[in-house]
Design a protein around this ligand. Structure first.
Ligand code: 3HC
Length: 294
């Protein structure tokens, strides 16, 4: 089945980026958020990125306008009805995702394919809750979706070859490097990256270095674009904490356990860059390491 319209459920950190690149690839996009405020925020992020692309001379104003014009924001699931592909990019909470699919499955045309951008939940748990487990797969993007080259494409035990082919073609047309990942919690990247970020927090708790020493060390010593604590702030500490909970529940291994510092920061509402405070305070001109009293 050829794709002409893509639905994105969730316009947050990941969803807005997936909506933007889908529209840039030429598809009509329906971006669904829970309320007008969240929708305006998601659309605002897209407009900001398109504006930057024009400023930098990477895109003509007319093309940016055309991309924006292809994105239809809504709070109504009904607008997804004639989408060929619906990608879920909600909070990492299985119950919320299942409640959403129950509604969307009843509205969207039966031949459409569904995909989850889950970071850590096995895909089959969502696929099996719908009436179309053969047309359900994982499409795992990386933040920022506009820039990161990889897309993990996840086939569950029920995903048909046709749905898998559609996922691969979607990734290819987005210009992503597509890697087939097994339906194992965390897939390939988060299986390796999440324990690394959690371990950086433990190294900090154990006094191996200060926040910026750990980040400077990994940037300079391992040529990473961001140090692990900056990356944790960038991913979102609430998201990292949720992923850790899911992966620890699945594998019962210490490497996936959320360190106490992470849990306390999330309890305090310090979600990292998006909330203005995490391992760094982002309120000034430059990020400043937070005094966590350790
Ligand atoms: N949207 C669009 N473009 C963006 C962007 C965004 N949100 N953020 C950065 N860019 C673009 C910039 O416009 C710039 O483009 P240009 O080179 O054409 O001018 C380019 O990316 C580089 O940006 P900057 O010069 O501002 O900054 P950096 O060179 O520091 O790059 C970065 C920023 C690309 C975010 C880089 O720091 C990086 O790669 N960091 C690591 C990101 C990472 O590891 N992501 C994966 C997280 S894990 C995940 O997502 C999985 C999930 O399940 C948890």
């Amino acid at each position: 089945m050829a794709i002409s319209k893509v639905g994105i459920v969730g316009g947050g950190l990941m969803g807005h980026g997936i909506a933007q690149i889908s529209a840039q690839a030429g598809w009509d996009v329906v971006l669904r958020e829970v309320d007008d405020e969240k929708l305006a925020k998601g659309i605002g992020m897209i407009e900001k990125q398109l504006g930057r692309a024009v400023e930098k001379g990477k895109m003509e104003q007319a093309d940016a306008d055309a991309v924006r014009g292809r994105i239809n924001g809504t709070t109504d699931y009904g607008e997804l009805a004639d989408c060929d592909l619906v990608v879920e990019a909600m909070t990492e909470d299985l119950d919320q995702k299942l409640a959403m699919w129950a509604e969307v499955d009843a509205i969207v045309k039966p031949e459409a394919v569904f995909a989850t951008n889950t970071s850590s939940l096995p895909v089959i748990d969502q696929a099996a809750s719908t009436s179309r487990p053969d047309k359900f797969l994982g499409l795992h993007f990386f933040n920022p979706a506009q820039v990161m080259p990889l897309l993990e494409v996840v086939q569950t035990v029920t995903t048909s070859e046709e749905a898998l082919a559609l996922g691969n073609e979607f990734g290819g047309q987005l210009g992503k490097t597509v890697v087939a990942a097994k339906d194992k919690a965390g897939f390939i990247v988060n299986r390796l990256l999440v324990p690394y970020m959690l371990d950086a927090i433990r190294a900090y708790e154990e006094g191996f270095g200060s926040i910026d020493e750990i980040d400077v060390a990994m940037k300079g010593g391992a040529a990473h674009p961001m140090g692990p604590l900056t990356l944790a702030d960038f991913v979102g500490l609430d998201t990292l904490n949720s992923i850790a909970q899911v992966m620890f529940a699945e594998y019962a291994e210490r490497r996936f356990a959320a360190p106490p510092t992470l849990r306390k920061m999330v309890a305090a509402g310090w979600y990292g860059k998006k909330s203005g405070k995490g391992f760094y305070d982002y309120s000034g001109e430059k990020p400043v390491p937070t005094d966590l009293g350790l």
